[in-house]
Design a protein around this ligand. Structure first.
Ligand code: SF4
Length: 470
């Protein structure tokens, strides 16, 4: 047996140790021995194979057929982690994670459901159903908030994998990240997976860099999708290295919008290239650029598994900042105690509560929608249940075409009941932080349904907004 005397020289990367042999002076790299718990091999389930899931024995044939009908219109995918670790199958019909991943009959209107059901019963091949299915999809507002208008033109070319709506932030849609480990039934980006003409994607790192260099007010690049964390580390490296090599002084934050922390936490723990990914994040950090994971966390139960906790720990140890955001969703998290519990759990694990969104006006919105009045009450009640450290959260916020509109309150002014609104973000930064008022409407679920208060013909920003779009 070789008798090497090894001596730790230095800790070069957060997850590596370097050793030197005192006889031959050769250096060796040894990975930091983090114990990996609960390793799992990723197995996706979709319409093609979901009947193989052992727990499907708990569903009636009618329920399974319902999944097939709705899953023909809206994207459907789950994975073995969600199925085995998150869903409580003893109460699956009410389980938030089951509803989060498995299409529910009520997510389609009655007529549309019957139409697709009858085509499936007649065994019409998928290709033959496409026209009907597309008609239904087009009714579900596949392009909310006029995202098309956020795609910039640069040097005579439309950059279809970039969106630039707010001055300081550029969204980048890497081609390799335009899917997710599992799909949310509420997904606001569902056309990314179902309708090619509404797909945003780009793999040219040089164009992203050029656009960024030319726009010196951009401080943040948000990698988004789909879920960019489905990408292999080598693709992250490709994009991140291009950004680092370009040495762009105004780039301060790289953000990654992801749900993998709770749909597939092994991405950051035991996947074959998980350690390399964390090392890469550490490398970016050392160059003085903040790496922020914008994690979708809909329910506190998502953070309670050993695998999710380990993933959070490893990311924080690698110097990554984690911020949590989610829409408010009927059937999943429409109680203030759930939100308060979510924020408390986040803070205790070192995650920063960031946004409560209102479910967007697309896809299965009717199924998930909560009135704006109720959203505000839930937010207010949850906010009052947590200590100041969790009050970094902002909401309820609607991501609509002019900007992110927050419902700040409901009050009465000169005898008129009103919503008090505020732009958290705006196409024009001068709109931000200026309170404005809409007539109270107890049934409204989205910004477009609101009318200006006090007999005003328009909201204050509308004229310049229309000029901007024109
Ligand atoms: S993780 Fe995000 S992009 Fe993916 S399905 Fe869920 S909401 Fe949509």
């Amino acid at each position: 047996m070789l008798n090497y005397s090894l001596k730790i020289l230095w800790e070069k990367e957060p997850l590596d140790f370097y050793f030197m042999c005192v006889h031959c002076f050769g250096a060796f790299r040894v990975s930091y021995p983090i114990k990996k718990i609960n390793e799992m091999m990723y197995k996706p389930y979709s319409l093609q194979n979901f009947r193989e899931i052992p727990q499907m024995k708990f569903l009636s044939e009618e329920q399974k057929f319902g999944i097939e009908v709705v899953g023909t219109v809206l994207p459907f995918k789950t994975d073995n982690y969600v199925v085995d670790e998150l869903i409580d199958w003893s109460n699956f019909e009410k389980d938030p994670f089951f509803i989060l991943n498995f299409p529910q009959r009520e997510m389609l209107g009655e007529k549309d459901f019957s139409k697709v059901a009858s085509l499936l019963k007649q065994n019409v091949p998928r290709a033959g159903m496409l026209n009907e299915v597309k008609k239904i999809r087009m009714k579900l507002n596949p392009n909310p908030a006029e995202q098309e208008s956020n795609v910039p033109e640069f040097k005579g070319k439309r950059l279809n994998g970039i969106q630039h709506k707010y001055r300081e932030i550029m969204l980048f849609f890497p081609t390799q990240g335009q899917t997710c480990h599992a799909y949310c039934t509420y997904c606001f980006r569902w056309p990314q997976f179902a309708l090619n003409e509404f797909k945003f994607a780009m793999k040219e790192a040089d164009q992203m860099v050029e656009y960024l260099k030319a726009n010196t007010h951009i401080t943040d690049v948000l990698f988004t999708g789909g879920d960019p964390a489905v990408m292999k580390t080598k693709f992250f490296e490709h994009y991140f290295d291009a950004l680092l090599e370009a040495n762009i002084p105004h780039l301060r934050n790289i953000r990654i919008g992801t749900k993998s922390l709770t749909y597939w936490p092994y991405r950051f723990t035991s996947d074959p290239d998980a350690d390399e990914l964390l090392r890469l994040f550490g490398k970016v950090k050392k160059r003085g650029i903040n790496v922020a994971l914008m994690a979708h966390i809909n329910h506190p139960g998502e953070l309670k598994t050993p695998a999710a906790k380990e993933a959070v720990n490893r990311l924080l140890n690698a110097g990554v900042q984690i911020r949590a955001q989610s829409p408010l969703l009927k059937h999943i998290n429409d109680r203030s105690e759930i939100w308060a519990g979510n924020w408390k759990e986040q803070v205790s694990q070192g995650i920063i509560p960031y946004y409560m969104f209102v479910a967007r006006d697309t896809g299965a919105q009717d199924y998930f929608a909560v009135t704006l009045n109720r959203a505000w009450q839930i937010y207010r009640s949850a906010y009052s249940q947590v200590s100041g450290i969790a009050r970094t959260v902002k909401g309820p916020s609607m991501s609509c075409s002019p900007g992110k509109v927050q419902i700040t309150g409901v009050t009465e002014i000169k005898g008129q009941k009103v919503f008090v609104l505020n732009f958290i973000q705006g196409r024009d930064p001068s709109w931000v932080g200026k309170p404005f008022f809409a007539r109270f409407d107890p049934h409204a679920v989205w910004f477009d349904e609101l009318k200006p208060a006090f007999g005003e013909p328009d909201f204050f920003y509308e004229q310049s907004y229309h000029e901007m779009l024109a």
